[in-house]
Design a protein around this ligand. Structure first.
Ligand code: NAG
Ligand code: NAG
Ligand code: NAG
Ligand code: NAG
Ligand code: NAG
Ligand code: NAG
Ligand code: NAG
Ligand code: NAG
Ligand code: NAG
Ligand code: NAG
Ligand code: NAG
Length: 814
């Protein structure tokens, strides 16, 4: 685009500001005389350079690196970033607002591709990750490193079922090591748009497999652990958080209230999520707040959908207000890919032109525009909107250069922290030998085993003893499940791939003549995936028929293994006497076949618990997917959502359900606790009470935001393994608000811990619940408050057979 008079004016104004301003302002500077006008190869660093600030690299470009303070490693990152932006013209700045950034070769800045994914392993999704594919591209690969595969961990819904925070963190660490190795080899980026932490509000959502399930606190803890695994560098946990070096950059997505992909012609691109402030604070935002505040994530992605009319990526309140202002994000905000274009092209908002959509997003706090693909517009190829229409927006006075500078500051601060300019010595020697290591593969196997959930086990049918069971018959569409099914979505090619049938065949002969039948069924990514919500919660009809047929024909009860992300209504199997055992294996990744066999043959005692409610199909007939409320809507006859607000009859297996090959029993160290909380200055909040309640307390609740919140409730849970087989067990601690409070959750997860308990022994598990965090509820006007009255702590076993609870009396003293 040719510079218009207004550009010249802008440039003049910038120069003027540069010379008169006492404070450093971003402005375009004249290049040192050594600067060359030759073009450089801007497609990548090439093999030799893994950092921007390499004097030789500058010399090759005809530049003198010492003339660029942004390469002076002795200066603070913030000063270097200010210097870098100061060299750039407005055109150059605008050219760096898209995910395939143009760089500014004139001043030594190469282009950078921002879009990489690592949901459950380094993924080939996006334009950055370059796995070598020896089969489809048979060229000459000798003389350079090839990376064909990466470790594919079980999908996130599986990992969530392990309820093991250490596992979540370890996966993040392994993935970031493989990512850094790929980066060193010129095959990958440093910025990863994972994890996906939207709460599974409706059981039909197609992306349940990518997420940690339906509980906002569990999703938040998953985010914190995975993000810290991806980002933290030992020895750099504290210090100035905005300048803390990070290993790779993670991104919590998709902010906010995004959980409809394509349901009855409602697509995520145009869907307007009508949500109450209460649901926003209590559920939709909670994992994101934990991710930013406790995980110190370096990026957040805004979603396609609108929230109460406003597209999420143009919502200043959601972005600069909440993410940056309240939660203090140290990092950048990126759009979901094409979210800006969608605002204009699909005419969902205010008839904005391309320049207007670009400007309003940037001003709302979005820093980077991701585009999904090249398109043809006005007869020329175009990718993202911001770098394409940014200059028009500036010329029309709709986009301020200071807004652009803010965005670039957030972007380059992140790249500084990643060592993009200087490298990070401890990671500089990672190479292809650090991808698919034995250690990573065994972590993938262990993780897959930890997430398997035992749903039924009549008369101890499982585990099978391979010495006694000489052969099994193996049936069902997933017996030879291809990688596509076992690996789920957002993956790269796995290091090693084992089908369930291969896993099982290591232990016993597979014969059809065998007495024992194992059926591997479930659904797949044609039924549930990004862009495709489910029509129902059933198995394909012919599969149900086939399972019943095998059950009937088999001399002994059969074993059913279900692969799926979301829950499946297998009511027909739950009580069927000829279906003796049921396992849910999610989509368990490259090592999945081995994990399933380890559980079937007793090398691993399953300890996973469902991270989401398995509803009966009838439930979805009672509520459209687009009803966003979590609480029941009596006037429309809609039931509540998730275990927190639904306790009706249409639950097949509840949230937290999961059996073991052994029996666990609980005891708590207390049978009741009293806590006294001062109500500062007598400021009490009102609550809604059930109609039957005659008298209400003088001080009904205190607002946690006005409170120091130092009070804790401490107790031990002793878990006794009463059986003869050791096993991991998840202690899931809920709190329940005082029963007289109306519209409150039935219960909510307050803490959880996975522990190993040896056969016939007891493990003591200590808990210290912060009163505000664990007993807080969100009242009507969206304040989080601690209610006066008798709340409850509940510890529930996965088989619902045993649970312990004790009252917690909370006095609010005025
Ligand atoms: C630029 O670098 C890329 C990647 O190293 C290489 O494939 C390409 O041939 C180079 N182009 C030029 C013009 O040197
Ligand atoms: C590069 O710049 C530095 C600092 O401005 C100067 O001291 C040095 O002489 C320059 N080197 C060359 C080769 O121009
Ligand atoms: C393959 O590439 C290597 C290193 O670049 C070169 O030495 C070799 O001759 C090439 N082989 C063929 C068959 O082109
Ligand atoms: C979706 O739209 C198509 C085409 O307009 C229509 O035929 C179909 O019935 C719609 N489906 C639903 C579930 O509304
Ligand atoms: C959005 O609009 C563009 C341009 O009209 C169209 O090609 C595309 O299919 C639309 N996308 C959706 C999701 O409606
Ligand atoms: C958008 O344009 C359409 C068609 O010109 C018009 O009917 C509608 O009122 C406009 N909407 C807004 C918000 O300006
Ligand atoms: C990769 O790293 C390992 C460990 O640092 C080293 O032994 C090996 O030589 C490196 N391989 C290559 C090809 O550089
Ligand atoms: C490893 O990657 C190559 C190249 O993409 C692929 O052909 C191969 O199947 C992968 N290995 C496994 C075990 O999937
Ligand atoms: C069920 O039907 C589908 C679609 O016709 C088919 O692809 C699949 O193989 C069948 N499954 C079974 C278990 O028969
Ligand atoms: C929990 O158990 C430990 C010993 O295992 C004991 O020191 C501690 O006092 C107990 N805590 C509570 C709250 O009972
Ligand atoms: C939790 O995960 C870690 C890392 O994989 C593993 O070492 C540990 O055994 C797991 N804990 C339990 C109790 O299963």
């Amino acid at each position: 685009m040719a510079p218009s008079p207004s550009h010249l004016l802008l440039a003049l104004a910038a120069l003027l500001l540069c010379s008169i301003s006492p404070i450093p302002v971003a402005c375009s500077r004249t290049l040192p005389s050594t600067a060359a006008t030759t073009t450089v190869n801007v497609t990548s660093f090439g093999k030799a350079y893994t950092k921007v600030c390499d004097a030789e690299r500058f010399a090759e470009m005809g530049l003198n690196m010492s003339a660029f303070p942004y390469c002076d490693a002795s200066l603070p990152y913030a000063d270097r970033v200010r210097d870098l932006i100061g060299w750039m013209t407005v055109e150059e700045k605008v050219g760096n607002l898209g995910d395939i950034s143009h760089g500014a070769p004139r001043v030594g800045l190469p282009p950078y591709k921002w879009w990489s994914e690592a949901l459950h392993g380094v993924s080939s999704t996006g334009p950055t990750m370059l796995f070598d594919d020896l089969h489809s591209k048979p060229g000459n690969h000798s003389g350079r490193a090839t990376v064909n595969n990466a470790t594919v961990f079980a999908n996130v819904i599986n990992s969530a079922a392990s309820f093991n925070e250490t596992l979540w963190n370890s996966i993040g660490q392994a993935v970031s090591t493989e990512a850094r190795a790929m980066y060193n080899l010129g095959k990958g980026g440093l910025t990863y748009w994972s994890p996906n932490i939207n709460v599974v509000r409706d059981p039909r959502w197609g992306r349940a497999l990518e997420t940690p399930g339906e509980d906002p606190y569990v999703a938040g803890r998953y985010a914190v652990n995975f993000v810290r695994g991806m980002q933290d560098i030992p020895g750099h946990y504290s210090g100035d958080p905005s300048a803390r070096p990070i290993k790779t950059s993670a991104c919590c997505k998709h902010h906010a209230a995004y959980d409809v992909d394509n349901w009855h012609n409602q697509t995520r691109f145009t869907y307007d999520a009508r949500v109450s402030e209460r649901d926003m604070a209590e559920t939709f935002l909670r994992p994101f707040e934990m991710c930013v505040r406790e995980g110190d994530v370096s990026s957040v992605m805004c979603s396609y959908n609108r929230v109460n009319g406003v597209p999420a990526c143009a919502d200043a309140r959601l972005l600069s207000g909440t993410v940056r202002g309240e939660w203090h994000l140290n990092g950048y905000i990126v759009s979901d890919c094409d979210a800006v274009r969608v605002m204009t092209d699909n005419a969902t908002w205010l008839n904005f032109t391309a320049a207007e959509s670009s400007a309003v997003s940037l001003r709302a706090g979005m820093d980077l525009d991701c585009a999904e693909s090249w398109i043809e517009e006005e007869g020329r190829p175009l990718r993202d909107y911001l770098s394409e229409y940014g200059m028009a927006a500036v010329a029309q006075g709709k986009m301020r250069e200071s807004d652009i500078d803010n965005a670039l500051t957030n972007l380059y601060m992140t790249l500084m922290r990643l060592g993009y300019f200087d490298n990070i010595p401890r990671y500089a020697s990672l190479n292809e030998t650090d991808v698919c290591t034995d250690e990573h593969k065994s972590l993938a196997l262990d993780g897959a085993r930890q997430g398997i959930v035992l749903l039924k086990n009549d008369h101890g049918l499982l585990p099978l003893d391979p010495k006694k069971t000489l052969a099994v018959a193996v049936h069902g569409p997933h017996a030879r499940a291809p990688e596509k099914i076992m690996d789920g979505d957002y993956t790269g090619p796995p290091c090693r791939y084992v089908t369930p049938r291969q896993g099982i065949s290591r232990d016993v002969k597979i014969s059809h003549k065998a007495k024992m039948t194992i059926y591997l069924g479930g659904i797949n990514l044609y039924i549930e995936r990004e862009g495709n919500d489910r029509e129902d919660l059933l198995l394909p009809k012919n599969q149900t028929e086939e399972i019943l047929h095998f059950a009937q024909a088999s001399p002994t009860p059969i074993i059913l293994v279900i692969l799926s992300g979301g829950g499946i209504d297998i009511s027909f199997a739950q009580k069927h006497p000829k279906i003796g055992a049921i396992l849910w294996a999610g989509y368990p990744g490259g090592e999945g076949g081995n994990a399933i066999a380890d559980v079937i043959f007793g090398r691993y005692n399953p300890g996973g618990r469902l991270p989401l409610t398995w509803f009966k199909n009838k439930y979805i007939e009672q509520i459209p997917m687009t009803s966003m409320e979590f609480r029941p809507v009596p006037e429309k006859g809609y039931p509540g959502r998730t275990y927190k607000f639904y306790d009706g009859p249409e639950v097949l297996y509840p949230f937290g359900y999961g059996l073991s090959y052994t029996k666990f029993q609980y005891e708590t160290s207390t049978d009741g606790v009293s806590v006294s909380l001062p109500a500062p200055g007598g400021h009490c909040k009102g609550l809604s009470y059930k109609p039957s309640v005659a008298t209400v307390p003088a001080c009904q609740a205190v607002n946690v935001a006005d409170h120091a919140c130092t009070e804790t409730v401490s107790f031990n849970v002793s878990v006794t393994n009463a059986g003869g087989r050791g096993g991991a067990h998840v202690v899931l601690v809920y709190t329940a608000p005082p029963p007289e409070v109306a519209e409150a959750p039935i219960k909510q997860v307050a803490a959880f811990r996975r522990v190993f308990v040896a056969a016939r022994s007891t493990a003591t598990v200590p808990f210290a619940l912060n009163v505000c965090k664990a007993f807080g509820i969100v009242e009507r006007t969206a304040y989080t408050v601690v209610p006066s009255g008798v709340s409850k702590v509940l510890v529930e076993n996965g088989d619902s057979s045993s649970s312990v609870s004790f009252p917690v009396k909370i006095d609010l003293s005025v």
